[in-house]
Design a protein. Structure first.
Length: 214
């Protein structure tokens, strides 16, 4: 019996990691194109999760569980994508700025971006401006996503942007910011290219910043 990619999407939405992995493997064994599995199964599922999150029907725990299921499936598919030469929709460097050790929001955004076809280089927490610069250069990233969860670490975003400017890489990068205390006003003040209030919006913003259709 051919695998039902809609059922795979449902497993992702419900965060059922075991069945999702089984269906992904079954689809691969049946010769379904990896990109099709991702688009119809994984991205299809995460799009619903993102929508429910925006509408307050899902909260952070549900999104994390769904994202973990998606990540497991992506782990199986990634080597096959590399073999078939499928290019990511964009390359993003993400991290929580220096002095800040919070990572749940950042992890959510990273997983959602990955589920939507981005290659994500996650630098973790307490990331110095130089580390962002090196990672962006090394990976030829088009986009950098900065997270801060404390008002006291928000200035680290401005310092990072200033460091990009000083290093001469600012013009080749789009920079998006987010985190609980961060606002659109603050994003405008520090000269970021965009602000997202939540993980689902971050995906839409990332796509629009690098000119990928949402």
């Amino acid at each position: 019996m051919a695998v039902d990619l809609q059922a795979l999407a449902e497993s992702i939405i419900k965060g059922k990691k075991g069945p999702a992995v089984e269906m992904t493997q079954q689809a691969i064994d049946e010769g379904v194109d990896p990109q099709t599995i991702i688009n119809q199964g994984l991205i299809g599922g995460m799009a619903v999760v993102g929508e429910k999150f925006k509408n307050n029907e899902f909260y952070v725990p549900e999104v994390l569980i769904a994202a973990r299921a998606m990540k497991e499936c992506m782990g199986i598919l990634k080597p096959l994508l590399a073999e078939s030469g499928v290019k990511p929709v964009g390359i993003v460097v993400i991290g929580t700025v220096k002095g800040d050790l919070h990572d749940i929001g950042k992890n959510l955004v990273a997983m959602m971006l990955q589920g939507n076809g981005f290659e994500v280089i996650d630098l973790g927490v307490d990331v110095a401006p130089e580390k962002f610069i090196d990672a962006a250069k090394e990976n030829k990233a088009e986009l950098v996503a900065l997270s801060a969860l404390l008002t006291t670490t928000m200035p680290g975003m401005k310092q990072t942007l200033d460091a990009f400017e000083a290093a001469g890489v600012r013009s080749s990068l789009k920079v998006m910011v987010g985190g609980a205390p961060v606002t659109q006003k603050f994003s405008d003040e520090i000269g970021a290219d965009g602000y997202a209030p939540d993980a689902a919006s971050a995906v839409d913003l990332a796509k629009s910043l690098i000119g990928v259709a949402a």
